[in-house]
Design a protein around this ligand. Structure first.
Ligand code: GLC
Length: 721
């Protein structure tokens, strides 16, 4: 359908039809949905009439070729103008083939594998009739108390931006009409949802505009620069105004400054939440504020349908705003080819062939291995096939390995840890006991585990958080493992056998009681459908751990927020002339995190040598290069993530001690050396000044190179103009 025809269609629509087009409802509202019932509580509560359903524009959470076809067919029969529905769903780290959670994928530092995971998710979703995924979530995170850190790729704006681009490329490709393999992406949550005070979900966010632009906005912008079709509003306030009604954020910045003319959708209920936020007295005011902010689709609340018409008839709302919102939705439907084929992509035969295919599961297994981070190893790993192993812990045989936001994945199909180990060693060498549930244990359970460990050469602990202990509304004030699991570790420690802890969790944890009690710690996060196979590959060295943390692990909750790109303060504790007391420190814990951003171990070792700057003066149009020789000095092939950081020694405003400016994951055979080259240019040194101008200053800089944000060598240079 041509643009002209879309305008014609828009003008054929009645005001009621236009306003209903801006409403997104969940699957049960629709005829043809497998669980379609009478108008039940939710619809009755929402006061959504059949007429609104017949004219609504999109469906939340429907998937499956047959179901989506049924819903679309029933809808087209009743929709006067034959406008097809958009099917949108949360496909966050896989559709049915579940990949590691995004925080884990970030730790892979592998943009190609991240893009591949999104492309596979898109393929499985598209043949299942999905048109849009509410992904990537690119909220920058610094507070592990927040349950949704598992959805982010971490604490660095540059790295998050690179992953945002990779995910959008994977979902959308370069031709959305290529209907069997691509879905439209929706970047979220705009903006700065990850900065909720106290790490408490939905809580207040308050920061300077400079802080917002320097750290929290880049990844959203990167997703949009990569062509992301949609944006979702955040639940939180910014500068005292809820994002969903925030004209400065949505109109002035997103639409005018960034020239975003795609579809802006509210998060679930966020339009109506303007009332409890305290900026709208009622649904009518809420609708007006969201419309004025440019929110095109209201998700799962009726403010628009109940008040849009009155707002226009009372000349409070300009109908042109409604028209532009409807047109953006029609344009997205056109881009997806829905006017030509409302059943785009949905194909039962292809669904059987593509969804959860062995090649997809193989990709999930590879990414899960590359996303895991080896935090400690005294040499006990890799395990030897001849060892007798006691696998103990709540996750030994648990199926909760997919993590939050894996709603179409099936836990039953996930490879359990016990199964993964059985693939490596026979049952005669492996005993499996729980020893504890996730949150509780008993003496009987511990006794059983102690007995099982009697004949073992090594104990593998499978510990962690239940997936409902993170994810949305999953904030925790205490980020240690549950006490029951710490008690289990302590009891087993008395056997004086080597112990390996494998962790399944959605956030950086306070690992006291784990790291100090075990010989090795492998952070496996929620590895997804191929969890057991990937973990077994890592434990036995068939995969060499290569993950590096993208979110700091605090020494304790008392440090939070703790992140690598911090400022120096006027009394840095580590200054050469620092006093003992009057410096920025805690009396009872160190300032440094337990494990820093970029950290991760390997079964081999690497050395860095011959770091060379092509020049120690960088000019605006004369970039310099930094080269470094990286050698695998161990006995095993491995991958190293070479990281480049930069410090602006004196800025117009305070500048972070380090900022990631480049990275390269290199694979090295034992004894092999590779030269890695980074280019440094003036653009990379730009930042937001006190007047919000974005530019660089001449002066002293320091380039840092190394395997993480802590263990680096320093290489000064100057910027001259
Ligand atoms: C949820 C989440 C959002 C998700 C939406 C639809 O509340 O905040 O990330 O996409 O609702 O499920």
């Amino acid at each position: 359908m041509s643009d002209q025809n879309l305008s014609t269609l828009l003008h054929e629509m009645t005001l009621d039809e236009k306003i209903a087009q801006l409403t997104q409802l969940a699957t049960p509202f629709f005829k043809g949905a497998s669980d379609q019932g009478q108008i039940t509580g939710p619809m009755a509560e929402l006061g959504i009439t059949e007429d609104v359903v017949q004219n609504s524009g999109s469906v939340l959470g429907a998937s499956g070729a047959k179901v989506t076809k049924n819903i679309q067919q029933a809808h087209l029969k009743e929709n006067r103008l034959g406008i097809p529905l958009l099917f949108m769903s949360d496909i966050i780290h896989g559709y049915k083939t579940i990949f590691p959670v995004p925080l884990a994928i970030g730790c892979s530092w592998d943009l190609d594998l991240a893009e591949q995971s999104a492309a596979i998710a898109a393929k499985e979703a598209a043949v299942s009739g999905v048109h849009v995924t509410f992904s990537p979530m690119v909220d920058l995170v610094r507070d592990p108390r927040w349950g949704r850190v598992m959805e982010s790729t971490g604490e660095d704006p540059f790295l998050n931006s690179e992953f945002a681009r990779a995910f959008v490329r994977g979902y959308q490709g370069d031709d959305l009409s290529n209907d069997h393999v691509r879905v439209a992406a929706c970047v979220k949550h705009f903006a700065a949802y990850g900065a909720a005070e106290g790490g408490r979900d939905y809580n207040t966010v308050d920061m300077s505009e400079r802080q917002l632009r320097e750290y929290y906005l880049p990844a959203y912008k990167a997703a949009l620069d990569e062509g992301c079709e949609m944006v979702m509003t955040a639940f939180n306030i910014l500068d005292g105004i809820p994002a969903t009604g925030n004209k400065k954020l949505m109109r002035d910045l997103l639409r005018d400054e960034w020239n975003f003319d795609g579809v802006l959708i509210s998060d679930w209920g966020a339009v109506k939440e303007l009332i409890p936020h305290g900026v709208a007295a009622d649904e009518k005011e809420a609708a007006h504020q969201a419309f004025s902010a440019g929110v095109d689709i209201e998700m799962m609340t009726p403010c628009y349908v109940h008040n849009g018409k009155a707002l226009i008839e009372e000349n409070i709302l300009d109908e042109a705003l409604v028209d532009e919102a409807v047109l953006r939705i029609l344009e997205l439907k056109q881009k997806l080819g829905l006017f030509d084929n409302p059943y785009r992509g949905a194909d039962e035969e292809l669904e059987k062939e593509i969804v959860f295919s062995s090649s997809h599961r193989h990709a999930a297994r590879e990414l899960a291995a590359k996303s895991s981070v080896l935090l400690k190893n005294d040499g006990i790993l890799p395990l030897k096939k001849e060892q007798n192993v006691a696998l103990i812990g709540p996750f030994a045989e648990h199926d909760d390995l997919l993590g939050p936001w894996s709603w179409k994945g099936s836990k039953e199909d996930a490879v359990k840890i016990s199964v993964g180990l059985l693939e490596k060693i026979g049952s005669a060498q492996l005993s499996v006991t729980k020893g504890s549930d996730v949150k509780t244990t008993s003496q009987a359970q511990i006794d059983e585990a102690m007995e099982a460990a009697e004949n073992a050469d090594v104990i593998v602990l499978a510990l962690g958080e239940h997936s409902e202990m993170s994810g949305e509304a999953g904030s925790r004030a205490d980020i240690r493992l549950p006490q029951a699991q710490l008690d289990l570790i302590k009891a087993l420690k008395s056997l004086e056998k080597p112990m390996v802890a494998v962790l399944f969790n959605g956030r950086p944890l306070d690992l006291h009681g784990v790291v100090d009690q075990t010989n090795a710690v492998l952070e496996a996060w929620y590895p997804g459908s191929e969890a057991g196979s990937a973990v077994a590959d890592l434990l036995y060295g068939d995969s060499n751990p290569s993950g590096r943390l993208t979110m700091s692990f605090p020494y304790s909750i008392g440090q939070v927020p703790v992140y690598y790109n911090h400022y120096n303060t006027g009394r840095p504790k580590d200054a050469p002339d620092a006093q003992v007391r009057y410096v920025s420190q805690y009396l009872d814990i160190p300032n440094e995190p337990l494990f820093p951003f970029g950290f991760g171990l390997s079964y081999t070792t690497f050395s860095y040598s011959d770091v060379t700057l092509s020049d120690n003066v960088l000019k605006e149009d004369e970039p310099i290069t930094l080269t470094v020789d990286v050698t695998n000095t161990g006995e095993m092939k491995g991958e190293e993530v070479v990281q480049l950081y930069v410090r602006d020694v004196a800025g117009e405003v305070v500048r972070p001690m380090k900022e990631l400016k480049g990275f390269e994951k290199v694979s090295l055979e034992p004894g092999e050396t590779k030269q890695v080259t980074f280019t440094l240019n003036e653009e990379q040194l730009r930042y937001y000044h006190s007047d919000l101008s974005f530019k660089s200053d001449t002066g002293e800089f320091i380039a840092y190179i190394g395997p993480n944000s802590r263990d680096v060598s320093a290489h000064p240079f100057k910027l001259e103009k």
